[in-house]
Design a binder for this molecule. Sequence first.
Ligand code: KIV
Length: 286
Amino acid sequence: MSAYGDTRAITPPDIRSRKGGTPLVCLTAYTTPVARLVDPHCDVVLVGDSVGMVLHGLPSTLGVTLEMMITHGQAVRRGIKQALMVVDLPFGSYEESPEQAFRNAARVMAETGCTAVKLEGGEAMAETIGFLAARGVPVMAHVGLTPQAINTIGGYRVQGRGGDAERIRRDAIAVGEAGAFAVVLEKVPEALARRITKEVATPTIGIGASAACDGQILVVDDMLGLFGDFRPKFVKRYAELREAAAAAIASYAREVKERQFPAAEHVFADAPKPADTDATKSGEAA
Ligand code: KIV
């Protein structure tokens, strides 16, 4: 059941209408099983270009390709029934011109079945956002810390603590006025997030930007404790699945070496017994 009382898929206008209301719940997903887990609880599921670091071991999002986003978008699509699905446009696929952005956004939408795309940048991307929105491509914007600009920013530190606060405020206003249906605010101080959320008619989705925003997003592997030892201040660990998985794998290795696994219940008899007729994963009867 969605926040709107039925099971129809959530749309960009639904998200826009939640401005100032019950906070929007958003998470990333990159695979079908994880999309199935997060979908019932989320308003927005983002196939983020963080997939490059989280699943592919890349040092930043800069090496993520359109093909990677499409492959993961297709997987996530199969796991979503009700949330709004957004796919990140990767670095280099939209900055050149509004036409380039439209061509690649349309391909992502057609090949993944997503409803919207996300792109990074403020005032500099306003024209592109307007171009896309006017041609049937709903856009989620992303300002503050924009990881695709890591080489110009010079690091992943908090943005908007000094003179750049006014620029980030102008960025958020510009993308809202250009037609973005939501704007991600990444790693900005609470006072700035509060001010922007108050001034901009578009819902703000915070990541490291305080509860003053209209919603929150986290990288799902971070909040589940699956992604390495990455422990930024803004991520709350709701589980420690990496530790649980490491302990399970160590148990398996020990039991194999000690011939405790497989045990009698995992072994097939010469002739099938009634309790022994489960289909295996490959569809083969016991
Ligand atoms: O790529 C991503 O996962 C994102 C979120 C962190 C907002 O852009």
